[in-house]
Design a protein around this ligand. Structure first.
Ligand SMILES: Cc1cc2nc3c(=O)[nH]c(=O)nc-3n(C[C@H](O)[C@H](O)[C@H](O)COP(=O)(O)OP(=O)(O)OC[C@H]3O[C@@H](n4cnc5c(N)ncnc54)[C@H](O)[C@@H]3O)c2cc1C
Length: 391
């Protein structure tokens, strides 16, 4: 079978849509396949830092003001709170707000933009078999597509990654997990005696409930995203009981935790060279998730952008796409994952001494830590990595 497209992309989450946008804008023929019909849900707390907004501005020419006006972002909040169980470790305002989005809305918006740019998007197309060496895929209805290049943007359970010769046990050993539910702001439970954080306008994160992970309450316009996430191997069957404890701590019935959905989360099992022959992996499929807070949307957007640019360089001037993609990963993404993992080890190990190590770390770091979270500074020794927002 000869190539049907320049690039076939499996998965239309933020990583796939961004790669498609970059390539389609440059005039390459791009096919995007997704098993879902959009809008579709994706379990996610939907918090975006400055560095994610920066990619949206660069690749999609979006502005945060425009995204707020159209409802793609539903909330912008500069406030934050960090707790060790009930004790406030830090609270205040950042130099730049966190933006919150519902993934149903966000992912559909980015996909629509890729379609407008010229990408051929086919929904309800489940890929069931992949030949990474030939950049070809087969759907469950038997249809086959082949690109000159293939991009696996199909999330944490990637079928494209599974078809490549990567070390499966290392992947599994570093996998994390998360559980979450969305509580509508109109829910009568919120009118009762609940924890004050459920009425706060700012996101709150909680240490002290998981030995290797954390909990969160993120205040979207119409609902609260309440969840817990961390390292799977360390917690295994422990997640649900810990989530029950967290939900009860918030003054909510533990039954909400029982009904909550779970989802895999790369948590330190990132691939350093996520490619095989003409096939590349981006986003969760490559494990590109920050390894302390589990932030993945920026890494999906940025790796999609880097892969799109690398493939455009290959298609237009014969560059080696893996060399170009690898260089971008080593410059912008991998140092953040390596150093956030070092920091995580330190913080998680020190939790056994209670709240004091976290308190010293957060108070000592001050504004620099905020800049690190938003991506102006690196997790690597807090070195400056970007000019930051114009404010
Ligand atoms: C509970 C939870 C909360 C989170 N909260 C945050 C947060 O607040 N902020 C943040 O930055 N990150 C957060 N993350 C991480 C973030 O959700 C992911 O990192 C991000 O979605 C990765 O994007 P992606 O495009 O790589 O993959 P996905 O968004 O997972 O998209 C993959 C796409 O591939 C499609 N697909 C899969 N298999 C196939 C197949 N066989 N054939 C065709 N299509 C297929 C799927 O339908 C899907 O549309 C959270 C994760 C979890 C689990």
């Amino acid at each position: 079978m000869t190539a049907t497209h320049d690039v076939v992309i499996v998965g239309a989450g933020p990583a796939g849509s961004t790669a498609a946008q970059v390539l389609a804008q440059k005039g390459f023929s791009v096919l995007v396949l997704d098993k879902a019909a959009f809008p579709r849900d994706k379990l996610c707390a939907g918090l975006l830092t400055w560095k994610a907004v920066d990619v949206l501005e660069r690749v999609f020419a979006e502005t945060p003001e425009g995204l707020l006006a159209t409802g793609v972002f539903n909330t912008a909040t500069p406030g934050y709170r960090i707790r060790f169980r009930d004790r406030t470790i830090a609270a205040g305002e950042m130099f730049y707000p966190f933006h919150l989005t519902a993934r149903r809305v966000f992912d559909k918006h980015l996909l629509d933009r890729a379609v407008k740019a010229g990408a051929d998007v086919r929904q309800e197309c489940r890929v069931v078999s992949v030949d990474p060496a030939r950049a070809s895929v087969r759907l469950d209805d038997g249809r086959e597509f082949r690109g000159r290049h293939l991009v696996g943007a199909d999330g944490v359970g990637s079928i494209v990654r599974a078809a490549c010769p990567f070390d499966r046990s290392a992947w599994k050993a570093g996998l994390g997990g998360a559980m979450e539910f969305y509580l509508p702001r109109t829910d009568p439970l919120l009118a009762g005696k609940v924890h004050e954080d459920l009425r706060a306008p700012n996101p709150t994160v909680y240490a002290g409930f998981l030995r290797a992970g954390y909990g969160w309450v993120f205040p979207h316009k119409e609902h609260l995203a309440i969840g817990i996430g961390g390292h799977s191997a360390r917690h295994a069957k422990d997640f649900r009981p810990r989530f029950r404890e967290f939900v009860e701590f918030l003054g909510l019935p533990a039954s909400l935790a029982d009904k909550a959905k779970g989802h895999g989360l790369p948590y330190g099992n990132y691939l350093q060279a996520p490619w095989h022959g003409p096939t590349m992996l981006v986003g969760d499929a490559a494990g590109l998730v920050e390894t302390l807070f589990g932030e993945g949307i920026y890494y999906a957007l940025r790796s999609g952008e880097l892969a799109g640019e690398a493939l455009a360089a290959a298609l237009s001037r014969g560059a080696d796409p893996t060399a170009v993609y690898g260089k971008g990963l080593r410059r912008d993404i991998l140092p953040e994952l390596v150093w956030s993992r070092k920091l995580r080890r330190l913080l998680y190990a020190s939790q056994s001494w209670g709240f004091l190590p976290l308190l010293c770390f957060v108070r000592g770091g001050g504004r620099l830590l905020g800049e690190m979270v938003h991506g102006v500074r690196s997790y690597r020794l807090l070195l400056r990595r970007a000019a930051g927002p114009k404010i």
